[in-house]
Design a binder for this molecule. Structure first.
Ligand code: ZN
Length: 449
């Protein structure tokens, strides 16, 4: 990844407002801080945890919170009753607490119905979920559309439970209420939109939830301070049902979405991973593949497949939106995934900062890509006379910048976009786009008709 430092700027021109606004060496720490603030909250697909999370995120950028009543039909689904969890525990016959929701909110099976009972271990064990292969970790499990209750715990603790009768309490409720989701819309020069989406339904899981929510919130805050070409929409909705509720409410406006990115698991050191939209050839697909190939030695660029996050809904055939998925480690492929090991030690500020930088580069591509036309196409124009030859000497990107002028001038025939040129030249988009900007300022390039 090429980060332009201040010393590389020319006439204040090489770094546009956007790049300068998004370049921030301290951003990883800031994202980590916000992820830490929302980590303890017990989220689910409905309930007070989602609202509390939106409230914390909303201190950084104003978030419109929408409520969709229980029972509302959204396509083939129905908004479920609202789940509230106040506490839960298992105590042995001596009154010793074996499991306590207050210690870790993963202990309760998500959407558990309330229960108060004394049960023999033989019966209780049918309601306990463990990971025998990872005996020290608490699994994350849910039962949204079942009438169930249950506990999740470390297998090692479960094995230590002696026969006998246990007191079991889950202080929860499932009542008519609503599903909450949050939206931030930042109007740009055009009504065409770049959609960013993160799920907001997982309890204390740092990478698979908090990292994406925190990164996108601070991105929205940052983009709210500058002018952009596209309108930016940030969606913080519960997985699947929340995305469907949003799609149902916005069905007549979906044509505005020109680019989209689902963001999750951006705080670990894996990947980077990009899963293409169902279309496979959308500009976001090309932009992300380009950025990741310049950012990492071996990025994973995956074709679309119909499981994962809310790209499943955005890319369902009735919508087929140009929305891909950005992650570091791929979901389900790292051992911490959906366990208590996905905690605040698992995510790191430096990984969050690197993920931010990759997303910032992709935004730069989307914002600045266009098809230029060389206005002096007969022979090479004389760059020295225009102050462009040897303009940038000494820095490691100097040769690349010189080559970028030649590539842009040669391929600016109206048929190639800047991203086409960057790919053909094997140069980072930012260097090509900066060269095009300078050539444009010298009167050598125009927008192709
Ligand atoms: Zn998950």
């Amino acid at each position: 990844m090429t980060a332009l430092s201040t010393s590389h700027r020319l006439d204040g021109g090489l770094d546009g407002d956007l790049r300068a606004c998004l370049a921030d060496p301290g951003i990883g720490e800031a994202i980590y801080g916000l992820a830490s603030a929302i980590y303890p909250i017990c989220r689910s697909i409905t309930g007070p945890g989602v609202r509390e999370t939106l409230n914390v995120l909303g201190r950084h950028v104003p978030i419109e919170v929408r409520e969709v009543p229980s029972g509302t039909a959204v396509f083939d689904w129905t908004i479920p009753p609202e789940w509230t969890i106040r506490g839960a525990h298992i105590r042995d016959a001596a009154g010793k607490t074996v499991v306590d929701f207050a210690d870790n909110n993963l202990h309760v099976l998500g959407y558990s119905r309330p229960v108060r009972a004394f049960l023999p271990l033989a019966e209780l064990r049918r309601h306990i979920i463990t990971l025998p292969g990872q005996p020290d970790l608490i699994p994350y499990r849910t039962a949204y559309y079942d009438e169930r209750w249950g506990f999740c715990m470390a297998h090692r603790d479960f094995e230590a439970m002696a026969d006998g009768t246990y007191e079991v309490v889950i202080d929860s409720s499932l009542e008519a209420g609503s599903l909450s989701y949050g939206e931030v819309v930042l109007p740009g020069e055009t009504a065409e939109e770049f959609l960013f989406s993160a799920h907001i339904c997982h309890p204390s899981l740092a990478d698979d939830n908090c990292s994406g929510l925190a990164l996108l919130t601070l991105l929205a805050e940052r983009l709210s301070k500058i002018k952009t070409r596209y309108t930016y929409r940030f969606l913080f909705a519960p997985g699947t049902i929340g995305a469907l509720a949003w799609l149902a409410a916005n069905e007549d406006r979906l044509g505005r979405i020109r680019h989209g990115l689902v963001v999750s698991c951006v705080g670990d050191g894996g990947g980077p991973t990009y899963k293409k939209s169902r279309r496979g050839d959308a500009l976001i697909d090309r932009a992300m593949a380009h950025v990741l190939r310049h950012a990492a030695a071996a990025p994973a660029i995956l074709d679309f497949f119909p499981y994962g996050y809310d790209e499943r809904q955005f890319c369902s055939p009735g919508f087929n939106l140009p929305v891909g998925l950005f992650q570091r480690g791929q979901f389900g492929k790292f051992p911490e995934y959906h366990t208590s090991a996905d905690n605040l030690d698992f995510i790191r500020p430096e990984h969050l900062g690197a993920s931010w930088a990759m997303i910032a580069e992709a935004i730069d591509v989307i914002e600045r890509d266009y098809r230029p036309l060389n206005l002096q196409p007969k022979g090479e124009p004389q760059l020295g006379r225009r102050g462009l030859f040897g303009l940038v000497g000494g820095d490691k990107d100097g040769p690349a910048r010189s080559m970028a002028f030649l590539w842009v001038l040669n391929l600016a025939d109206g048929a190639h976009s800047l991203l086409d040129i960057a790919e053909r030249a094997g140069l980072p988009f930012s260097i090509v786009a900066d060269a095009a900007r300078l050539l444009g300022e010298r009167g050598l390039l125009a927008d192709a008709p």
